[in-house]
Design a protein around this ligand. Structure first.
Ligand code: FE
Length: 202
């Protein structure tokens, strides 16, 4: 899904950055590919790696998982996740009965301390409104079919509370080390718009 948000003009800082970027590209100071690469690193690589470590630890260590679900903010400190500015972190466990997905209907609150920069679609008006109204249809557009026997719960983030999803551990990963499990955790699986990679996709 790649809805662009045309209902609200970009913020003033976003317009200024775009103008500067355009000038720098035109004058040959920077390569547009390099800019895309840097954004990709923060959206997909560096940022979500922290969350992936949290998920892999929870999969590998039942006691940690219990603490994480009971008090996400405190449990994250064990992994030296810092940067929370007073917001509480609540970790939502996906189960065979329940699939969780997160959104910020008001703006773009995102668990950036564990996931880095939010993807563009997360901030888009269509995602923010439709995931609440028709979550199953939106998830299907992400390629995620949720069976009718499974409840879908949508959690609305805000300035006080940030959510992240603890996806289900893929089958056939018994005995895997935490370091190996990390590789299966995708950004979207922690937003709830995707699931982890399968062992044969890794
Ligand atoms: Fe927000």
């Amino acid at each position: 899904m790649s809805h662009e948000d045309h209902t609200v003009p970009p913020s003033d800082p976003a317009l200024r950055i775009k103008a500067i970027e355009t000038l720098m590209v035109e004058r040959g100071v920077i390569d547009p590919g390099a800019v895309a690469e840097i954004v990709d690193i923060f959206q997909n690589k560096l940022g979500p790696r922290i969350g992936a470590k949290v998920v892999a630890r929870a999969w590998a260590d039942q006691d940690f998982k219990r603490r994480l679900l009971a008090n996400g903010t405190e449990a994250l400190k064990e992994l030296d996740v810092s940067g929370l500015q007073g917001e509480a972190m609540i970790v939502l466990e996906n189960t065979p009965q329940v699939h969780n997905v997160i959104v910020c209907t008001l703006c773009s609150c995102y668990p950036w301390t564990v996931l880095g920069l939010p993807p563009t679609w997360y901030k888009s008006a269509p995602y923010r409104s439709r995931i609440v109204i028709e979550p199953r249809a939106v998830l299907a557009e992400f390629g995620l079919k949720i069976g009718d026997d499974r409840e879908v719960r949508v959690y609305d983030s805000n300035a006080e509370i940030r959510y992240m999803v603890l996806p289900m551990r893929p089958d056939a990963t018994e005995g895997w080390t935490e370091e190996k499990l990390v590789e299966l955790v995708t950004r979207d699986s922690m937003i709830g718009t995707g699931i982890p990679l399968l062992p044969n996709q890794f």
